[in-house]
Design a binder for this molecule. Sequence first.
Ligand SMILES: [Zn+2]
Length: 81
Amino acid sequence: MQLIIAFDGGPVEYARDGAHRKVARPEECAICGKSGGMRPHGYYPRWVTVPGPIMRLLIQIRRFLCCLCRRTTSMLPEVYG
Ligand SMILES: [Zn+2]
């Protein structure tokens, strides 16, 4: 499951500010709907396209695991305004 989360900035700000470390843990699992089971489950890298000479940037995506249904949820930042 992928959830889009609000982010006040673009991919460059997201990477520079280490925003992946500040992503809030969801109260409820978006898959099974139960609350209290979400645990941090690391990060994974994802390329995003950015305007300008850099072209591509690697950002870290926060992931949580639901201990109740054993499924993971990724928190994709909305970094394109
Ligand atoms: Zn669940």
